[in-house]
Design a protein around this ligand. Structure first.
Ligand code: PHE
Length: 353
């Protein structure tokens, strides 16, 4: 062997020994990659030995070339088996980490529910929808003309006083936060001819001292039926059906005379106490009856205001507080609970409809 042959052959032996050692010492995928570059890469001893082959005569080139190829194979083989071992290890680790036991019971994400007031409002609205009514809505910031004038409420009426109603600044008492949803009915009648059968749920505002039975922000559900030949009997039949659907189908209802500027005659509807059935208890304050809503036959003044023919059409209207209805239906003693957002209170209504 000539000197360059011996040198190349030694270089190849060294490349093999060093490469095997590097690959053998690699402890993880990155260090194995490093070992691959250093033993099989373009700058490795093996590559340098190969490049010197080109300058040799044919015979040596063949024999040393064969050795170089076998060195390369052995290094590649060592690399591959190491790599497979690391990959398998890695896979095993991932199996452990990402293991999912499909037989475990799932975690239930917390599910919210509708607010008890919303539920009550929907329940009430649903009863009227079942009787052929549709929902009408209107603005919470309302004109005094819709809220009072159209509803036959004269300027001197106490409800028009700023001590009762919230007025918007700088509007000369012409714009207000509506204290009832009755103006929605005026707006609805303005846009259509009878027959009108609507329920008007919505937020309302009154300058009231807040206590267990009063809020300054609350919700109302009012309703209106205008058609040919509507009488007080229709009012009693419809509202009686409503009250019994909400509280119990065998409960009695009664009408007591009352007064509202926009209805004539006017009445309050009471429902027999659903707790004591008329005997007197804490819920009905020993009355045996629970006041549920205000109602009456629509005053012709109102029908005329919207341009209806009062010779042809008549109607009845009613209104009730959603908080009051909800508190009666669920035995809640203080209306403020509905607005405190105490999750413990709200959770007691989960699933209750
Ligand atoms: N608007 C009345 C109120 O807020 C309720 C009502 C509506 C009474 C319709 C009679 C007829 O108290």
């Amino acid at each position: 062997m000539s000197a360059p042959d011996a040198e190349t052959s030694a270089l190849l032996e060294k490349a093999l020994a060093e490469g095997l050692e590097l690959i053998g010492k690699a402890r993880d995928a990155p260090s194995l990659e490093d070992a691959r570059v250093r033993s099989l890469g373009r700058k490795a001893s093996l590559a340098r030995a190969r490049s010197s082959l080109g300058r040799m005569p044919e015979v040596q080139r063949r024999s040393l070339g064969a050795i170089a190829t076998s060195v390369q194979r052995r290094l590649e083989e060592a690399y591959r088996s190491r790599k497979e071992a690391f990959d398998a290890l890695n896979l095993e680790k991932r199996w452990q980490e990402e293991r999912i036991d499909v037989t475990l019971p799932g975690e239930n994400p917390p599910v919210g529910g509708l607010h008890p007031l919303t539920k009550t409002i929907w329940e009430i609205v649903d009863i009227f929808i079942g009787m052929g009514y549709r929902v009408a809505e209107g603005p919470e910031v309302e004109l005094a003309s819709y809220n009072f004038d159209a509803l036959n409420t004269p300027y001197e009426h106490p409800s028009r006083s700023p001590s009762d109603t919230y007025y918007m600044d700088g509007q000369d008492e012409n714009v207000l936060l509506r204290p009832h949803t009755s103006p929605v009915q005026i707006r609805a009648m303005e846009t259509q001819e009878p027959p009108v059968y609507i329920v008007c749920p919505g937020r309302t505002y009154r300058r009231d001292e807040i206590d267990a039975t009063h809020m300054n922000t609350f919700a109302q559900i009012e309703g209106l039926a205008v058609d040919e030949g509507v009488t007080m009997a229709d009012l009693k039949g419809t509202l009686g059906k409503f009250a019994r659907t909400l509280f119990g189908k065998d409960l009695d209802v009664r009408l007591r005379p009352s007064f509202f500027p926009f209805t004539e005659p006017s009445a309050e509807m009471d429902v027999e106490c659903f707790v004591c059935r008329g005997n007197g208890c804490r819920v009905c304050k020993q009355e045996g009856w629970i006041e549920l809503l205000g109602c009456g036959m629509v005053d012709p003044f109102v029908l005329e205001w919207v341009g209806y023919d009062v010779e042809k059409y008549s109607g009845f209207a009613f209104g009730l507080g959603a908080e009051r209805a909800a508190s009666l239906a669920h035995g809640v003693s203080d209306l403020r609970y509905f607005y405190e957002n105490d999750i413990r209170f709200l959770q007691t209504f989960r699933g209750v409809s």
